[in-house]
Structure formats: C-alpha cells, structure tokens
Design a protein around this ligand. Structure first.
Ligand SMILES: C[S@@+](CC[C@H](N)C(=O)[O-])C[C@H]1O[C@@H](n2cnc3c(N)ncnc32)[C@H](O)[C@@H]1O
Length: 351
C-alpha cells in the first residue's frame, strides 16, 4: 500500500511492524465490514454507496477469532463507511477482547462526541478521517457530500477529546497536491498527531481517471518529510515501496515496501473476499469458503504466493538492482500505467 504516515507521537500502530520483522507473517487485517456508505467520493476504490451489504455478525465473530489464531495484531475496520455497519460497536469490542489494536477508517460524518466516547470505551484507539482540501466546498465536492468538511473537522476533534488518536489523511490527487502542506497544518491545528497521505489509485470509482493522479507522489513525500521534521514530527510509517529508496529521511522511519506484496496486510471485504491490496480489487480467495480447515495464515500465505507467481508480479523485476529495496514496487500502479512503476530499470536506462 502506498500509504505514508507522519507521526508527532509514539502510537500503537508501530507494534505490527515490529511483529512482522520478527515473524514475516500477516500481522494486520483491514476488514471492510460493510459496502454501505453515506458518501460518494470521486476516487473510492471500494465503489461503495448506499446498500445493505454488510458482513454478518456471526461471520465477523468467526473471522476475528481466526485472525487471532493466525497471529494478527491489528485490525482496522473500514468499508464502505464502518459507522454505518449495524454491529460496529460489537465489532470493536470483540476485537479488543481478543487483544487486538483496533483502528477505524471513517469519513467522520456520524462520529459525534458521544459515539467517539463510546467507541473509545469499547476499545478503539485510532480513527483516520480524510481532509481532502482546506477549502470546505472543494472537500465536499471531492467527497460527494455537502457538509462533510465541517463534520470531518468535528470528528477529528471528538476523537481527540475522547482520548483516541485522530489521523488526518488525504488522498493525494492533482486536485489537492498543491494544498498538502496546508492540509497537514490544518490537521495539526486540530490536534492530530498523525498525518497521512495515500497515492490516488485509478480503481473503483476512479477507474481510468489517470488525470487525477498526483504529479509526483515521491517528490511530494520528500518535501513532506522536510516539512514534518521542521515542524516537530518524530517518525514516519511508510508502506510506499519508493519512499525512501535513494533518499535519507530526516525522521526515524519504519518502512515496509508494499505491505500487500510483503504479506503483512490481509484485506477482507464484507463478503469475505480477500483482495491483493485495498487499492487492487483482484480477489485471491474467500475467508468463509476457501480455507478448508487450514489456518487463515497458511491459506493467505499460499494464495498470495500463487497470485504473485500467476500474475508474474516479480518476473519483470528479475535482475533489477533495486528489487531488494523496493520489492517490485507497486503492482497496482504498474497495472494501471504502462507496466512500469517509478524507478523501473528500463526507465532509468532510457532516461
Ligand atoms: C474506501 S474508504 C472507507 C472508509 C471510510 N468510508 C472513509 O471515508 O475513510 C478508506 C480510505 O481509503 C482511501 N482511498 C479511497 N479510495 C482511494 C483510491 N482510489 N486511491 C487511494 N486511496 C483511496 C481514502 O483515504 C479513504 O478514506
């Protein structure tokens, strides 16, 4: 995943990477508990909208137990919009009772003070909410929902007040790349101690919208590193294969190039489908149908290896001097451009 997070404080998100470095098995699960969403984002990779496509409570309970047996340390609830999942409270509690670090991706629209307090008391420790522009009208337009900017700002404040970690996150596109420093500043002024960027992938509702891709995600990350360092940040968590590569960050960094390819992150949809990556919706197997008595960890490892082999994900990289550093880059970016990611050997040679 191309997500990069700049940290102003120590967080419980670090634990999974430490665990992964020891065990090299999946340690993080993103569960899209519902495909229902009250927003209509221009770039939604999950193509979510109003629907009643939820994971049943029984399946969720079974799944969380299986993830615990498989050694997973962190669960992030996502969607769709997880606050629209009828069993979100139970989902947080079940995961907490198993000892997971529990986070949530939410547009924040429904996160009132009361809800934030309740979710915190049940075991949620972090909420990621997008701010996609400092201009409320522009943010609302990107997210397809009037009033969404004000509610996102309020949600981040409510999350902070309830004692959880609010994360200000942004999908970087051509529409907002010139605002990213101001978005980080806004996030910081709201009390967020983590600011995150995603490289916009042209999938789901954004399929084919290559014109929305940011001009140069990696160069922006380098500038953000300098900016964050000068503004008191302490750490970076990077899943971006190309950040850093030839670049020495100013900040302490935890870098696992492509958490999907590395096998660190399992992404599970409301119907049990496991996708290669949140932004690459190619299914690998179904957690409710295809495990045949084997542990989820083993099935995931085998299916991932098979997927990488069948798609020839690394075959193009044979002999490339950067392979050990970038792990093959981002398969999704390669798939939706011309088969090559930033820094690919052929490009370097031809430049
Ligand atoms: C699909 S949403 C689901 C959770 C929730 N509804 C929300 O708004 O956060 C999860 C997050 O993925 C990121 N995202 C969505 N589509 C993306 C895309 N095409 N490329 C990169 N990131 C994307 C956004 O930051 C979004 O907030």
């Amino acid at each position: 995943m191309c997500m990069v997070t700049f940290d102003w404080k120590e967080t419980d998100a670090k634990e999974k990477a430490a665990q992964f470095k020891k065990k090299r098995t999946m340690v993080w699960a993103v569960i899209e508990v519902t495909n229902s969403c009250n927003f209509n984002c221009k770039w939604c990779y999950a193509s979510s909208g109003y629907s009643s496509n939820h994971m049943s409570k029984e399946n969720l309970t079974k799944l969380v137990g299986n993830l615990a047996d498989s050694g997973v340390r962190q669960i992030t609830y996502s969607g769709g919009e997880p606050t629209m999942y009828p069993y979100i409270r139970e989902a947080v509690k079940i995961a907490k009772d198993y000892g997971f670090v529990v986070h949530m991706n939410s547009n924040g629209y429904l996160i009132t003070r009361e809800m934030a307090k309740e979710l915190k008391s049940l075991g949620l420790s972090q909420v990621q909410t997008n701010i996609d522009s400092i201009d409320p009208k522009k943010h609302d337009k990107i997210r397809g929902k009037e009033g969404s900017f004000q509610r996102a700002v309020k949600a981040l404040k409510n999350v902070k007040e309830a004692g959880m970690t609010p994360v200000c996150q942004t999908v970087l596109t051509k529409m907002n790349e010139n605002e990213i420093f101001d978005i980080f500043k806004l996030g910081r002024s709201l009390g967020t101690e983590r600011c995150r960027t995603w490289d916009m992938m042209p999938v789901g509702f954004a399929k084919g919208k290559m014109d929305l891709r940011p001009t140069n995600y990696i160069e922006t990350l380098k500038k953000l590193d300098k900016f964050a360092y000068e503004n008191g940040a302490i750490h970076i968590e990077s899943g971006e294969p190309f950040f850093p590569l030839d670049y020495e960050t100013n900040l302490d960094i935890t870098n696992i190039p492509c958490v999907a390819r590395a096998g660190l992150l399992i992404n599970i949809s409301f119907d049990g489908e496991v996708y290669y990556c949140v932004t690459n919706r190619e299914p690998m197997f179904n957690v409710f149908k295809d495990t045949n008595g084997e542990t989820l960890e083993k099935v995931y490892r085998d299916k991932l290896a098979e997927f990488v082999q069948l798609r020839g994900i690394l075959s193009k990289c044979e002999g490339c001097e950067f392979l050990t550093k970038c792990s093959g880059g981002c398969y999704t970016r390669r798939k939706y451009s011309d088969g090559y990611d930033y820094w690919c050997k052929d490009r370097i040679q031809s430049s």
